[in-house]
Design a protein around this ligand. Structure first.
Ligand code: ADP
Length: 345
């Protein structure tokens, strides 16, 4: 059993920089959790504290129920996979993969079976006799991943392992890592600034900002029920639309938030809330769909709709939304408001 518990974890670097600010989280054994947030929000520091490479300033870390503060990285049974993981240039791919197992005096038969299993999963089994100089960037990256994964561990920690790859390779590696997680049955903690990786890979997503956890939920819940404006704005492309509003009885300022796919053009239904009308400023054709940017005067909105030659720059449209597709946030606290608290809008 190797669940992870973080209790009131804080990291203040020398000089006073508070990189991680009192975070608490329980990760179940075998779960795939993705930490996502803007650069500098404390993701890597959190991961490095779990790995034991960085001391916590305060708080506690448990892995598999054992208190880990002060335990050496090598005694934590975790693997940490970095973005750039150097390969031994003079060794074949096979020997690169076998290296750590040989160092651990694992028997030859077991080494061979582990190396071939990992190579097959990562689709590098045809490259085993090559040297790194004869590999493409994507192949090297997969060998590097294989090297980190070949030793059986209870916990695998990933720090942006795919960020050097091009978009197509990233997407195929995402799928491989998801399969690998299923096959290994180990706990995966994965750090990325890329929301697509977070949305597609995690059982749960931990959204971080300025050293704090903003929300921790399954991807669909993060998307459809963000608890605060930060989470709503960070997850989703194009970004969710924020529109200023007020609610009675005291004209309290709020932000209405509507996903681009929920905005409607020239909707005639009485059930729709009319948000304004304006000219199309820009159309981005994406194939089957398009992004349409419309200037509503006090604000601009982006909506996603099916590609339609009738929607062109300069045309004027009414923009509206169904009430159930509107999220309302308190402008001051940034927190989502319960539907009943603004039912009178
Ligand atoms: P992320 O992984 O989300 O990009 P990091 O955990 O790397 O963020 O960094 C969080 C904050 O801590 C940033 O402000 C960063 O500059 C700072 N930081 C990271 N490492 C160190 C360090 N070794 N010394 C001082 N400050 C650091």
């Amino acid at each position: 059993m190797a669940g992870i518990i973080l209790k009131n974890l804080t990291k203040i670097y020398p000089g006073g920089n508070k990189a991680v600010d009192d975070i608490s989280l329980e990760i179940a054994n075998g779960e795939f959790v993705v930490f996502v947030g803007p650069s500098g929000c404390g993701k890597s520091t959190t991961l490095r504290m779990i790995a034991g490479l960085e001391e916590c300033t305060s708080g506690d870390i448990f892995i598999g129920g054992e208190h880990m503060n002060g335990v050496e990285p090598k005694d934590r049974d975790v693997a940490l996979v970095f973005q750039s993981y150097a390969l031994y240039r003079h060794m074949t791919v096979y020997d690169n993969l076998a290296f750590t197992l040989r160092m651990k005096k694992v028997n030859k038969k077991e080494i061979d079976s582990r190396v071939r299993q990992i190579a097959e999963m990562l689709e590098i089994d045809h490259l085993l006799s090559r040297k790194p100089s004869a590999l493409s960037g994507g192949e090297s990256q997969r060998v590097a991943l294989g090297r980190a994964l070949v030793r059986k561990r209870k916990v695998y920690l990933f720090d942006e392992p795919l960020s050097n790859l091009d978009a197509k390779l990233r997407s195929s590696m995402r799928a491989k890592l998801i399969r690998l997680h299923e096959e290994l049955g180990a706990t995966f903690v994965y750090v990325t600034h890329d929301q697509t990786e977070a949305m597609t890979m995690g059982d749960r997503i931990v959204v971080m900002n300025k050293g704090r956890i903003m929300q921790c939920d399954p991807p669909q819940k993060i998307y459809s029920h963000p608890e605060n404006m930060f989470t709503a704005g960070f997850i989703g492309t194009p970004q969710i639309n924020f529109i200023d509003g007020t609610i009675p009885p005291d004209d309290r300022p709020v932000k209405l938030a509507v996903r681009p796919e929920s905005l409607l053009l020239n909707c005639e239904s009485e059930d729709c809330i009319y948000l304004g009308s304006g000219k199309v400023e820009l159309v981005e054709l994406l194939g089957a769909n398009m992004n349409v940017h419309i200037d509503l005067g006090k604000t601009s909105v982006v909506l996603i709709t099916e590609a339609d030659p009738g929607i062109a720059r300069g045309e004027v449209f009414h923009v509206s939304v169904r009430p159930e597709d509107v999220l309302v946030f308190d402008s001051q606290t940034g927190l989502v408001m319960e539907a009943r608290s603004y039912a009178a809008v």
